[in-house]
Design a protein around this ligand. Structure first.
Ligand code: AVI
Length: 366
């Protein structure tokens, strides 16, 4: 497949900041996180001043981080991506058959959208045209996956949101309700709107697990406010299992996950002038059985002080001190159904692999 040249694929609309469109009008990209650089600086300051130290996991996904995550998904140890794809490939027809059409496809945390074609193809076969609304924090991933999908599927049009989920869902609900502001509303609302369409929302890859429980609740609540009875929410989550089966997926022998984690320090170096020597830190993956979550941390190998120029601060690390960089919660099916019920969703149907490692759950609003 030929790749569209970056310069020709998406043009900047100078009058409308943060809105870009594909010349064919099939790709609208809205970047909502206008305060992103300031947020990153403030969040790094807050996290590295705290005790214990932390960095928010959403910052793992700069351009290199997104590519490293795609590489993680190709690792044999990271069974999650493979098993979820197998479940979707086996049951996409059944999943789509439960929903009455025409549908638009909303995807939270779309990333490289590797698994989305499993549903896009079934929907295009059924309805000829499809509106796809991906939301992701990584602009490079949304751009690259959008270009690839547009080339592969002429019946597809895309309105992409580069934003936090909550921010994007608010913008989407305004568009869907037809209450979009003037800027860019015509193109984007056209791609999102259409009251006859139902919505199938995807939240795959166990990305829900990267949120804390209160954030999971808030996000599902925001999604519920956007969806109507008859719409669907397809959630893919990794199921609880012994640490011995989980940990290799988060500490692979090639060191790809370590690079993904350490890249956060590289990003602070590049964007904020943080003088980190990444060789003085190491990647850790731990399982907390009480909370049912994997934690990624960065451990300082030595006692050291690291200046961060743009923040005008120096961060002292003790030898062995760790910085929390990600939580990845596991789910059990009853707990997930309860969370969904508490936010206004009823379980419609669910599928797992033969070994019960991963679950795909279809919910509908009640
Ligand atoms: C994106 N997210 C669901 C991944 C996970 O498994 O929690 C991120 C990841 N972290 C380490 N490896 C993969």
């Amino acid at each position: 497949m030929t790749k569209l040249s970056r310069n020709h694929s998406i043009a900047k609309v100078s009058a409308i900041p943060n809105l870009r469109y594909h010349p064919s009008q099939r790709f609208v990209l809205r970047r909502l996180d206008s305060g992103h650089a300031a947020d990153f600086a403030a969040d790094v300051r807050r996290g590295l001043s705290a005790s214990p130290k932390f960095l928010l996991s959403k910052y793992l996904y700069d351009e290199l981080g997104s590519r490293l995550f795609a590489a993680i998904c190709a690792l044999p140890e990271y069974y999650l991506a493979r098993v979820e794809s197998e479940i979707l490939a086996a049951h996409a027809g059944e999943i789509l058959g439960l929903l009455e059409g025409p549908l638009r496809l909303l995807e939270l945390g779309s990333g490289d959208a590797e698994k989305t074609p499993l549903l896009i193809e079934g929907l295009l076969a059924r309805q000829g045209q499809l509106r796809y609304l991906p939301i992701d924090i990584s602009e490079s991933a949304v751009e690259a996956s959008g270009e690839k999908l547009l080339l592969a599927y002429p019946g597809l049009s895309i309105t992409a949101f580069v934003a936090d989920y909550q921010e994007a869902l608010q913008a989407l609900s305004r568009l869907i309700a037809g209450a979009a502001g003037a800027a860019g509303a015509a193109g984007a609302a056209g791609a999102a709107g259409g009251s006859a369409e139902r919505t199938l929302a995807l939240f795959l890859g166990t990305t829900l697990g990267n949120l804390e429980p209160d954030e999971q609740h808030a996000l599902l609540g925001a999604l519920r406010r956007l969806l109507r009875p008859g719409d669907g929410l397809l959630l893919g989550v990794d199921l609880k299992k012994p640490a011995s089966l989980l940990l290799p997926a988060y500490d692979d022998p090639l060191g790809v996950t370590a690079a993904f984690n350490l890249n956060l320090l590289v990003r602070i170096h590049r964007e904020l002038g943080g003088e980190f020597d990444v060789r003085r830190f190491r990647h850790l993956a731990l399982y907390d059985p009480e909370r049912g979550r994997i934690e990624m941390r960065l451990e300082s190998r030595v006692a050291q002080t690291v200046p961060i120029r743009d923040l005008g601060m120096e961060v002292a690390f003790a030898a062995g001190e760790t910085v929390h960089t990600e939580s990845s919660y596991r789910f059990d099916p009853d707990q997930l159904a309860e969370l969904a019920r508490a936010t206004g969703f009823a379980l419609w149907r669910s599928w797992t692999d033969a070994e019960g490692r991963f679950g795909v759950f279809l919910f509908t609003p009640f």
